[in-house]
Design a protein around this ligand. Structure first.
Ligand SMILES: [Mn+2]
Length: 419
């Protein structure tokens, strides 16, 4: 039995909601991302994994810092030293912006680090594991600009472009498939989106502008397992005997992923069985990713002590707040915004790993913006106050802006020091 650990979309270098760690000087979110990677490496070392298969996007950017590279290399070195072959597929975040430049992971290939294979081009690779050879058809992130010339695409619609790219990629895969030995366990590793896959919050703003394959483009009777990367949400597609699997990313990027379980996949193949029928087991192993917790509070219009109500609600969420990135959304009525004590509420969020500024949503008459009519009968200051509430300005900032406005609106003579 060959045990394969399949993970993807590490994105080292994402530091949103982090701060410098006083002990290491590193960003605390960077440490979060390393900690989940450590969980993956520890599992590989402790659970007789025969092959670590990484399906792309090691870093956040194509130009990772030296520190990011050092920390990634340290973990790969542990796998390498333990004799666990590691296969690194190149994702879009690892790619340089010019074909002649190195990808972010090419260095391991260049140095010929033992037990590490970098797949930066579409090909069939043969990897020797302790339990015998595995063949991997690799499809790194395809660059449209490399596969299709400007001349070929200038008159194509987006749909035609998609179809043309699918045709080219299917041709490339067909060449790789031809080299397959049906006697060996076979895995396809691809970094790309598939039609029908569910996106998490990282869904590209311009879906349709990036390469997209159909499940059919990836299918071949010899495949025992298809290891995907790119989409951050864990999901299993394709036929049961030869599934197509996104393990998802290892850490959360934002609140859109609050409910997603993060982790990696462990696959067991029986080399003794026939081609396309070797999958024995597919397990998903969750990791301890940073928790994101959202709290939504709706204040009743009669509530005269909104701060107390909020503190009470936060107390009920105490456990979930602890060590989490926390966001509090408050739906309130215009007269209540003045009663909210921002500092007091933030104290109620103690223990959070990171607390976002309070998001105030004012429930009022069905009007999204200030109209001339509504501005009538109000003082300019009241109008400004309502504007700030509509704009969801955090309470402390709103208070400061109102203070300035008050000063500006005061007559020259009052309360202003002589020049
Ligand atoms: Mn990607």
């Amino acid at each position: 039995m060959i045990r394969i650990l399949h993970f993807a979309d590490l994105h080292l270098g994402v530091e949103t909601y982090g701060r410098p760690d006083p002990q290491t000087g590193l960003n605390t979110r960077f440490l979060d991302f390393l900690r989940v990677l450590d969980e993956v490496v520890a599992f590989a070392l402790n659970s007789q994994v025969d092959l670590a298969l990484f399906c792309g996007d090691a870093y956040k950017s194509r130009d990772p810092s030296q520190t990011q590279q050092r920390e990634f290399a340290k973990r790969l070195a542990r796998l390498s030293a333990a004799g666990i072959p590691t296969f690194l597929l190149v994702g879009n975040h690892d790619l340089p912006n010019a074909p002649g430049r190195a990808t972010a992971v090419d260095i391991f290939d260049t140095l010929q680090v033992a037990n590490i294979t970098v797949a930066n081009k579409a090909a069939t690779y043969r990897i020797h594991t302790a339990k015998g050879p595995v063949q991997i058809v690799a499809l790194p992130w395809p660059r449209r600009g490399v596969l299709l010339s400007a001349e070929e695409t200038k008159n194509l619609s987006l749909e035609e472009l998609d179809r043309e790219l699918q045709r080219i990629l299917a041709d490339i895969l067909a060449v790789c498939f031809r080299e397959l030995d049906p006697a060996l366990p076979t895995v396809l590793a691809a970094h790309i989106s598939l039609a029908g896959a569910k996106w998490g919050s990282e869904r590209p703003a311009l879906l349709g502008r990036e390469p997209l394959l159909l499940q059919g483009n990836l299918s071949h009777p010899h495949l025992d397992y298809t290891a995907m990367g790119h989409i951050h949400r864990h999901q299993i597609m394709g036929p049961e005997h030869s599934p197509i699997v996104y393990p998802g990313s290892l850490e959360r990027l934002d609140f859109g992923e609050a409910q997603e379980t993060k982790g990696f996949c462990v696959v067991e193949l029986d080399p003794g069985r026939k081609a396309g029928q070797r999958l024995l087991k597919l397990d998903f192993h969750p990791v301890q990713a940073r928790r994101f917790h959202s709290i939504e509070v709706r204040l009743s219009p009669e509530d005269a002590q909104p701060t107390a109500t909020l503190l009470h609600t936060l107390e009920q969420h105490r456990q979930a707040i602890e060590d989490a990135v926390v966001r509090v959304q408050i739906h309130l009525h215009p007269h209540q915004s003045r009663e909210l004590d921002d500092a007091e509420i933030r104290r109620g969020l103690r223990g959070a790993y990171f607390a976002l500024p309070l998001a105030l949503e004012v429930e009022h008459r069905p009007r999204a913006r200030l109209s001339l009519a509504s501005a009538q009968g109000r003082t300019p200051l009241e109008t400004l106050q309502e504007y700030l509430v509509i704009k969801k300005t955090p309470a402390t900032r709103a208070q400061k802006l109102l203070q300035y406005a008050r000063r500006l609106m005061q007559p020259e003579s009052e309360d202003r020091p002589a020049p």
